[in-house]
Design a protein around this ligand. Structure first.
Ligand SMILES: *[C@@H]1O[C@H](CO)[C@@H](O)[C@H](O)[C@H]1NC(C)=O
Ligand SMILES: *[C@@H]1O[C@H](CO)[C@@H](O)[C@H](O)[C@H]1NC(C)=O
Ligand SMILES: *[C@@H]1O[C@H](CO)[C@@H](O)[C@H](O)[C@H]1NC(C)=O
Ligand SMILES: [Zn+2]
Length: 770
């Protein structure tokens, strides 16, 4: 009524104005309608606005998880391990093609095979590697086995590559033998400084374990040895075989004839393909000479403990200290020299070759944000049959892809794209993934949400364990609560999910040593395909596996990289029934689904602040006094300050997520991008000192053990060197420490700024205009 009266009372002039306005509204409406109509048909959602703002359908989780079947994984593993599949061989391409066919049938689209031409290393078939014990007349009195003894019929295949260390230098060095324990820096240093050992012209023998074998080779070379022999001591690889019966094939323990293969390429010798450092090994690539790589210049070769016993028992010299003794039935001596007055000679034909090797990439396209990638990856190449490393992971990934592909074919449309990655030549030092990240790093920098790695799916039956970057801690714990416990004995203890066993068997402890009741989630080290994502691009990463009980005191699962790593081993001892494999697959799938489907990404930035602040505490504890005594107290205070700023920014950001307007998909995407990009904020394009290709200033492989992670590697490495220097060199080293403190401080400050509201990232300058 009122409206009508008012309308009627308006003047003629106003009425004309209103007519004009109505016309404008009509025209605008038509244009807008056109635009909306245009986007309704052309939008990536393929439908309505509501799809852009839809929360994930969580019922899909149950569907995918219940589709994952242990018996399928068993079947895949049986197929994958019928043949050897060393990188760069026809079998490598054969498995790539089979995987492509499998993924296509599972509904992934597209599926691509991406080749890279890279520098690999192989022994010479006609000139087998061996180590010979000579007597004083230079006559051979013992020769190491050329191949591992066949213990079961399925191992008797002509294409089994004999034991070797990839990227060893070829050669025939002859000399005295010295025992160097685990071949760590402290082992060499102790021999040199306490025992006055001169390594020049000597061959050293080290046991495997504790640190990456490439670091051992590097140190042997550095100290002047002319050759390095590696072996697996029973104390590290057959711990209780004497107490609990015979080794493989009667159990999972390493027999006296088993040998661990493995590469001895240092990461500093060019990450990925040694011939194309920093760039992908594609056709147009520039290649450096072999003599420009920093591959080992001495022969390095692995032997069994059966053979090692024959050499070690000949050692003369002082008895080795208690903690240097392994479990062989001999008196461990240091050498140098042999009781028969003879020498040791290595005959090593291992040499470098260029080969093609193949990544396979399969995609489930995202429906709303196809340009955001959640990646799952596992390497495909194995030293021999690879039933544990990596084919347990390959079989698991096949089942995850099949289950997700099935859900997709039945109508599930993940919000973001899911990318399955089957990497080539990981065993040679993380080649396939590194080349791909070098190839597509810019694109990944813009679009990669997370990378979830499974190298080995099952290496023991004690508990599921994850390692991750801090932003994933929360979602890793939550996802584990959705996966049923595969162990009936654990369920009988009231632990119904993998989370419960993880929390019980691998508990987190707080700084006072008290258990928090939650599972422990260590930071990623190195040693698998997540490394290039962390080190080059800054993508948040996780690594998952079922693990053995650490209290066994072993260095890895016993048959690691030996010919005995067969389907029989897994099927009989490691996971009869394949329920552990199924649990890993379910966990991996649940994590990926959660990250791909959640409207708001399930990251937690506050955990990142916790990690940074812990690292600052560690710098303070380890070096604080020394740093202050050398006049860099202010720099340390700046670092502490930056960490506090960062913590505040993380807390404010996490709180602001409470108020996100879910009606506005652009706003949600903005918050998601801020979280995704947080990891990138720690990438220094100039790289670490002496490691220009390693660019993450927070996380990097330790310079002294490539398997281990190092926090604030620039600061830690610079401080590690400080004691060794004196005079002017020491002054220069302190300048480097200063620079590293300032660099890390700067990156933490910018990381904090990146979490501020969009137009409020700059710190007002404090300036005095007068
Ligand atoms: C391995 O196979 C070859 C030929 O196939 C056979 O001659 C040899 O006896 C087999 N060795 C063992 C230990 O089974
Ligand atoms: C390195 O290798 C290249 C190609 O084989 C050769 O031309 C060059 O002389 C070598 N350089 C050195 C320093 O040995
Ligand atoms: C795990 O494996 C060991 C060694 O094979 C075995 O003794 C133990 O019973 C297994 N534990 C479970 C829970 O299956
Ligand atoms: Zn592996």
């Amino acid at each position: 009524m009122l409206l009508e009266a008012e309308t009627r009372s308006v003047s003629k002039k106003t009425r004309n104005g209103l007519l004009l306005a109505a016309l404008v509204v009509l025209v605008l409406g038509l244009i807008l309608g056109g635009i909306i109509g245009h986007f309704a048909t052309k939008s990536p959602a393929g439908g309505t606005w509501s799809k852009l703002t839809a929360e994930a359908d969580r019922t899909v989780s149950k569907k995918i998880l219940s589709e994952i079947k242990a018996e399928n994984i068993r079947k895949y593993l049986s197929d994958l391990t019928k043949q050897t599949h060393l990188a760069g061989t026809p079998a490598d391409l054969g498995q790539a093609e089979e995987l492509k066919t499998f993924w296509k049938a599972a509904g992934l689209d597209p599926v691509n095979i991406i080749p890279y031409n890279v520098l690999l290393s192989i022994p010479d078939k006609d000139n087998p590697n061996k180590i010979v014990l000579l007597n004083e007349n230079d006559e051979a009195v013992f020769t190491s086995q050329l191949v591992e003894k066949v213990l079961r019929p399925e191992q008797n295949q002509s294409d089994v590559v004999p034991p070797f260390n990839a990227y060893s230098s070829p050669g025939t060095p002859k000399g005295d033998l010295i025992y160097v324990n685990y071949g760590r820096m402290q082992d060499f240093t102790w021999l040199k400084e306490e025992k006055g050992v001169d390594f020049t012209g000597k061959i050293c023998i080290a046991r495997y374990g504790k640190i990456f074998r490439g670091n051992k080779a590097n140190l042997a070379e550095y100290f002047g040895c002319i050759g390095l022999i590696l072996y697996s001591d029973p104390s590290d690889y057959a711990a209780s075989s004497s107490s609990s019966g015979a080794p493989y094939p009667a159990s999972w323990w390493l027999p006296p004839t088993g040998v661990q293969r493995g590469n001895v390429k240092m990461s500093s010798g060019g990450l990925g393909d040694p011939s194309s450092p920093g760039y992908p090994g594609i056709e147009s690539a520039y290649r450096i000479y072999e003599n420009e790589t920093s591959l080992p210049t001495i022969p390095v070769h692995p032997i069994s403990y059966g053979d090692a016993e024959e050499f070690l028992k000949q050692l003369s010299g002082e008895e080795a200290p208690e903690e240097w003794r392994g479990a062989l039935p001999i008196t461990y001596r240091l050498g140098p020299g042999l009781v028969n007055n003879g020498k040791i000679q290595m005959f090593i034909s291992t040499h470098n070759v260029m080969r093609d090797t193949y990544n396979v990439m399969g995609i489930i396209r995202g429906s709303v944000e196809p340009d955001r990638y959640v990646m799952l990856g596992n390497h495909r190449d194995a030293w021999v049959f690879g039933a544990v490393d990596p084919s347990s992971g390959t079989a698991a990934m096949m089942e995850v892809a099949r289950a997700m592909g099935k859900a997709y074919q039945e109508g599930w449309r993940p919000r973001r794209s899911i990318v399955f990655c089957s990497w080539a030549a990981e065993e040679y030092g993380i080649l396939g993934s590194r080349e791909w990240v070098e190839h597509y790093g810019k694109i990944l920098g813009d679009r990669a949400v997370a990378y979830l790695n499974v190298d080995i799916a099952v290496q023991g039956n004690f508990t599921l364990r994850g390692r991750a970057m801090p932003m994933l801690f929360n979602v890793m714990r939550e996802s584990a609560k959705h996966v049923d416990n595969p162990s009936t004995t654990e369920i009988a203890k009231g632990r119904t999910t993998v989370y419960d066993t993880w929390a019980a068997n691998y508990p987190e402890k707080d700084s006072t040593g008290q258990a928090t009741g939650r599972p422990k989630l260590p930071i990623l080290g190195s040693g698998s395909d997540f490394a290039p994502f962390v080190g080059k691009v800054g993508v948040t990463c996780a690594d998952i596996r079922y693990h053995y009980d650490d209290s066994l005191g072993i260095s890895s699962y016993p048959l690691y990289h030996s010919v005995y790593e067969t389907f029989h081993l897994v099927d009989t001892y490691m996971d009869p029934g394949f329920k552990l494999h199924a649990a890993v697959s379910q966990y991996w799938a649940e994590l990926a689904r959660n990250l791909a489907d959640s409207y708001l990404l399930p990251f937690n930035v506050v955990d990142y602040a916790g990690a940074i602040s812990d690292y600052v505490d560690r710098v303070e504890e380890s070096f604080g006094e020394l740093i202050r005594a050398n006049g860099l107290g202010t720099s340390l205070a700046f670092l502490r300050d930056a960490s506090e700023q960062f913590t505040k920014a993380c807390e404010q950001f996490q709180n602001s997520l409470e108020d996100v307007n879910y009606e506005n998909p652009i706003e949600v995407r903005r918050f998601n991008d801020q979280m995704m990009d947080l990891e990138r904020a720690f990438i220094d394009p100039l790289g670490l000192p002496d490691r220009p290709l390693t660019r993450n200033v927070v996380f990097a492989p330790s310079k002294h053990n490539s398997y281990a992670g190092s926090s604030f590697p620039g600061i830690t490495d610079a401080m590690f060197e400080i004691e060794k220097k004196s005079g002017v060199e020491k002054q220069e080293q302190w300048r480097l420490v200063h620079k590293q403190l300032a660099t890390v401080t700067f990156f933490i400050e910018t990381a904090a700024a990146s979490l501020h509201p969009a137009t409020d990232y700059m710190k007002p300058a404090e300036y005095n205009p007068n």
